[in-house]
Design a binder for this molecule. Structure first.
Ligand SMILES: O=C(O)Cc1cc(O)ccc1O
Ligand SMILES: [Fe+2]
Length: 425
């Protein structure tokens, strides 16, 4: 596979120019009367013009044709299981467990009011031909679980493998090439954009460090392609429009509204080194904040390989009822709270206030384990999309996929009553 170059940084002001056209990027201004090489200037706005400076996101693209050169959009049936109809299936507070197929699994809210999320799973074994996709509804956080994605964007190319993630923000057009079976998860947020979490007393460094986020460098193709399709997700429905050229014709660009990728093995893990179990918010990679301080529309949280050293502590996750919804997936290996019951590519949803926690085997083992320093989660990567929204499951997620584990609840039913009249057990 080709060796790609990237720009490093999170939220930075980048500049990039395809080396085949030096001087394509205007100096000192965005809109020259005539751009170099006969290029068109186009601004892609990721925030309201008037958003405060720290939240203001936009990029300027210098391209062979402006994006407006296309025929009208028509409804498309390319992905009939992408939906925002959260009323298709009856509400169900039970713990659910399923193996991924493709399509929208669950979500809440509405892109029309720019508030909500959708969680999709994807499964593909073919490269997108003569087509590019963009969402007008939200930013896509893509979590590959199997297979490498070669993603061509208007900003350049990214190669994203399992244990890496990619973020493609609202409106950015991209096309995916694959080389074999490919599967993964997508968190789409209708509000705002992902940020690095504040670090508070942790200090200036740690968790996901900004310089490990990689953005593609400008790379253009100058291709006439009759019948090229621009596929658009708009208010939960799919549309397509035809044009006769590649949309990946950006010769140079600058700005702070960009696609990026991140290798999860670069995450610097913070944890308790004395006693007790920290809340999993210490493992937040990215967060999409709501307007309520400290409350996320969605957090992307991982459970990376790490040392476990806490003394006099039940070390695995605690039993829990949460005012947030917890959707979990598994990229590699197994998850400590459910070693047998959760497979890579599978998912679980613990809805708002639905109890959950370690299965009986995990409880028994960890209650008796010798608390020596131990490297845990080696060769594994579980993750969580945690949301302040109460999510509905789609009909596909609940029924059509036929992967629902009706026996999931059994993993807790053999938890014994241990109550005695002895204070020390
Ligand atoms: O497995 C879960 O449910 C996620 C989770 C992990 C953890 O370490 C503490 C709380 C929690 O909800
Ligand atoms: Fe939980």
């Amino acid at each position: 596979m080709e060796e790609l170059k990237y720009l490093s940084g999170f939220g930075s002001e980048f500049t990039s120019e395809d080396p085949r056209r030096p001087g394509a990027l205007p100096v000192g201004q965005n809109s020259p009367q005539r751009c170099a090489y006969g290029l068109y200037a186009e601004q892609l706005s990721g925030s309201a013009f008037t958003a405060p400076r720290h939240d203001n996101k936009r990029s300027w693209l210098y391209r062979i044709r402006p994006s407006v050169v296309h025929k009208p959009f028509k409804r498309s049936n390319v992905s009939k299981y992408l939906t925002h109809n959260w009323d298709e299936a009856d509400p169900d507070p039970n713990q659910v467990d399923f193996v991924a197929g493709l399509h929208t699994v669950c979500g809440a809210g509405d892109p029309r009011s720019r508030n909500g999320i959708a969680i999709h799973v994807y499964l593909c074994n073919a490269t997108m031909q003569k087509s590019a996709f963009y969402s007008s509804d939200g930013d896509f956080l893509i979590v590959p679980q199997e297979g490498v994605l070669m993603i061509t964007t208007e900003f350049g190319k990214m190669q994203v493998r399992p244990n890496e993630i990619a973020v493609i923000q609202l409106g950015m057009r991209f096309s995916v090439a694959v080389d074999g079976p490919t599967r993964g998860y997508i968190l789409e947020v209708f509000d705002g954009h992902f940020k690095l979490p504040d670090l508070g007393p942790i200090g200036a460094n740690g968790l996901a460090n900004p310089r490990d986020f990689l953005t593609p460098v400008a790379h253009y193709e100058d291709r006439e392609i009759p019948g090229f399709k621009i596929i658009n997700k708009y208010q939960g429905a799919i549309f397509e429009a035809e044009q006769n050229h590649s949309p990946f014709d950006v010769v140079a660009w600058h700005g702070n509204y960009v696609p990026y990728k991140y290798d999860l093995s670069n995450f610097m893990v913070i944890n308790s080194v004395s006693f007790d179990h920290c809340d999993p918010s210490i493992f937040t990679v990215l967060t999409c904040p709501s307007v309520r301080p400290g409350v996320a529309i969605a957090d992307f949280v991982i459970f990376p390989p790490r040392w476990s050293v806490q003394e006099n502590t039940f070390r695995p996750p605690y039993y829990h009822r949460n005012c947030m919804s917890e959707f979990m997936g598994l990229i590699l290996g197994s998850y400590e709270a459910k070693e047998g019951g959760f497979l890579p590519g599978g998912a679980s949803l613990h809805s708002m206030m639905t109890p959950h926690g370690p299965d009986d085997r995990c409880f028994e083992g960890a209650s008796k384990a010798a608390l020596v320093p131990q490297k845990i989660a080696v060769g594994t990567q579980a993750f969580m999309f945690e949301s302040s929204l109460s999510m509905a499951i789609t009909k596909w997620g609940a029924e059509t996929c036929q992967k629902l584990d009706a026996k999931y609840y059994e993993c807790w039913q053999n938890l014994p009553k241990l109550f005695t009249d002895k204070i020390n057990i």
